[in-house]
Design a protein around this ligand. Structure first.
Ligand SMILES: Nc1ncnc2c1ncn2[C@@H]1O[C@H](COP(=O)(O)OP(=O)(O)OP(=O)(O)O)[C@@H](O)[C@H]1O
Ligand SMILES: [Mg+2]
Length: 250
């Protein structure tokens, strides 16, 4: 579903990604863990073109988004193809990013109407089904400011799903939430995983990584240091930096 090869990214003098590669199959649930500043968000943002890479190659479901030629020039496909390819991925952010002036329902149907050109009556049944799925059917007329953090994040998940993505990217979806609200968002994500959604999840929730992810990758200082099945990753991490990080999380 995703193939990332040797991704490099710098911000000014700081090399944030130093050759990150990842292959992700259909139905994979991969947890991305690592210290603050290690490049986890940048990696996710590069995959769906919220950031551009400087070097490397990204293929999404067999279609090349960007490649680097022999001279080292990074070449993206055309804008229309970028938009089409990136639409295969939905993204959920730490800070929800809901439209504050729109109701819950409007938030969910906005992109299908403006981007996919669906008519309101075409998307309404899907939107209602998705809101019920995340446990918020009765909140469709509320505004984001009237919701708890956990509810906002579940709306954000429903909104991403309304575009019918094949892959969901989550960037620390629960780290802005109080512990008692974290569980309800993780439950929604666990349910998605059980339905075999392909998911790449940056998280500090080690129990989620252990129980829901089938693979865990550890990033440190712009490099992907370890990539292992979840059980193995926690039972027997290979790299000393992974071990040190896991110890610090206990
Ligand atoms: N737009 C930007 N401009 C300049 N530097 C940036 C930008 N975005 C990120 N960085 C830098 O890139 C590095 C990696 O940041 P990134 O947000 O990817 O880390 P992270 O692993 O997601 O960290 P956290 O766990 O704190 O979210 C950091 O040193 C950060 O300061
Ligand atoms: Mg981050």
């Amino acid at each position: 579903m995703i193939s990332a090869r040797d991704l490099h990214k710098r911000f000014g003098h700081v090399e944030v990604l130093k050759g990150v590669s990842l292959d992700m199959g259909k139905g994979d649930v991969i947890a991305v863990i690592g210290p603050s500043g290690s490049g986890k968000s940048t990696f996710l943002r590069c995959l769906n073109h919220l950031e551009t890479i400087d070097r490397g190659r990204i293929d999404i479901e067999g279609e090349t988004l960007v490649d680097t030629d022999a001279q080292g020039h990074c070449r993206y496909v055309g804008d229309a193809d970028i938009r089409r390819i990136c639409r295969k991925m939905g993204m959920v952010f730490q800070q929800f990013n809901l439209f504050p002036h729109m109701t819950v329902l409007q938030n969910v149907i906005e992109a299908p109407i403006t981007v996919k050109r669906l008519r309101r009556e075409q998307i309404l049944p899907t939107a209602e089904r998705l809101l019920a799925k995340v446990g918020l059917a009765e909140k469709h007329a509320s505004y984001p400011s009237q919701l708890s953090g956990g509810q906002k994040q579940r709306v954000a998940i429903a909104r991403a799903l309304a575009m019918e993505p094949d892959i969901m990217l989550f960037d620390e979806p629960t780290s802005a939430l109080d512990p008692e609200l974290t569980g309800e968002v993780l439950r929604t994500m666990r349910q998605l995983a059980e339905e075999h959604m392909t998911m790449l999840v940056v998280t500090h929730e080690m129990n989620f990584a252990r129980e829901v992810a089938n693979r865990v990758i550890f990033m440190d200082q712009g490099e992907l240091i370890e990539d292992a099945p979840a059980g193995e990753f926690f039972a027997n991490p290979c790299h000393p930096r992974t071990r040190a990080f896991l110890q610090s999380m206990l």
